[in-house]
Design a binder for this molecule. Structure first.
Ligand code: ADP
Ligand code: MG
Length: 336
């Protein structure tokens, strides 16, 4: 980094200047930020770090994408609790091979995601690191007191739902990794899959419908793949989860791309991750009303299975019979 730290911070966070008001008493520029919490609400807090070469490659994610996605993954965790995001703090460790201007582009992405979901960046920390870029985002949100949706709340007999299509991020990554070979381009006709990997959306509107549903059970966001998220629910709740392969929502473009490259899109759904949809459980008597509320807002909602009594496990009905799903998520860079 060429600039001194203070000049850099000011350059990156110029958009946070003068943002006090609407509950925010002290923003960037003091020792810490100060904000008020709305009456009857509690704070939801989460933190997620992204490290160069472990969580992203510069060949598949530009600086803006890295910032955007680091913010989205945290907003998605707040949504998974049923809350809405309000504030973010950013910790960045900058190695010598990243310039101040490239870091500013990370902030462009951070602000893009923040603006989309009404989040204000209110502080952070800036340090130098010897090698890989570190980007850690903390998001603070609000949720109605005592109402946060827990992973541990799935009950026997509930239906399992997802809030949108799955496997798209893994398809996009597959295409981006494939295009790294010199002389190769993004697969013709499938270019937009790139956005499913680099510019996913967080399901905050869906989360707010879930929290109003009296029969809501458990919820989790799909960051590591459907199998892994369902396993977390199964273990935390002490139940068996059964899903049906036929019901998994997969975009036609994702299925078509998988066909072209000889991959199985169901693997991407189960083990790909980073789709940032919500997966949860709901009492059967409330499922139709919840689905109607989703459709009224133009949001997708698909029932994919059921919670049953039994030891923690995840099962899927396939044409070839019922199979136990492995607990594993996917290591993104093992396949390259
Ligand atoms: P201190 O030395 O008291 O810890 P700093 O000089 O590190 O404070 O930070 C000054 C202000 O800039 C604080 O409001 C802090 O939250 C903010 N800040 C520092 N680094 C970043 C960053 N990378 N992104 C956003 N805000 C930051
Ligand atoms: Mg200080």
């Amino acid at each position: 980094m060429a600039n001194d730290e203070f000049t850099s911070i000011r350059q990156w966070t110029v958009r946070s200047a003068g943002q006090e008001g609407d509950g925010l008493r002290v923003g960037i520029g003091d020792d810490a930020a100060v904000f008020a919490v709305a009456k009857g609400m509690e704070i939801v807090a989460c933190c997620d770090a992204m490290i160069e070469t472990i969580h992203f490659l510069r060949e598949t994610m530009n600086a803006e994408d890295i910032g955007y996605k680091a913010m989205i993954s945290n907003i998605s965790d707040v949504a998974a609790m049923g809350g809405y995001p309000r504030y973010a703090l950013i910790s960045i460790g900058v190695p010598p091979h990243w310039t101040v201007d490239e870091c500013e582009r990370i902030y462009t992405g951070l602000y893009e995601a923040a603006d989309k979901y009404g989040v204000r960046i209110i502080g952070g920390d800036t340090v130098a690191t010897p090698d890989a870029l570190h980007l850690s985002v903390t998001v603070l949100g609000e949720v109605e007191a005592g109402k946060a949706i827990r992973r541990s709340a799935a009950k026997q007999g509930e239906l399992v739902f997802v809030t949108g299509t799955l496997g798209g991020s893994a398809a996009g990554l597959h295409m981006l990794l494939d295009a790294r070979t010199p002389g190769r381009n993004l697969a013709s006709g499938f270019e937009e899959l790139r956005l499913l990997h680099q510019r996913p959306e967080a399901q905050v509107a869906a989360a707010r419908l879930l929290i109003r549903c009296p029969g809501i059970g458990a919820c989790n966001d799909v960051s590591d793949g459907l199998a892994s998220e369902l396993w977390e629910i199964a273990e935390a709740s002490g139940v068996s989860v059964y899903i049906e392969q036929d019901r998994l929502p997969i975009l036609p473009l994702v299925a078509a791309y998988a066909h072209t490259v000889g991959a199985d899109p169901v693997d991407w759904v189960l083990y790909g991750g980073e789709d940032y949809q919500l997966v949860g459980t709901v009492a059967e008597r409330d499922a139709a009303e919840l689905q109607a509320a989703f459709h009224q807002q133009g949001l997708p909602f698909a029932v994919i299975g059921r919670v049953k009594q039994g030891p923690p496990a995840v099962w899927m009905d396939t044409e070839a019979g019922q199979k136990a799903l492995a607990k594993a998520g996917y290591n993104h860079f093992q396949r390259s």
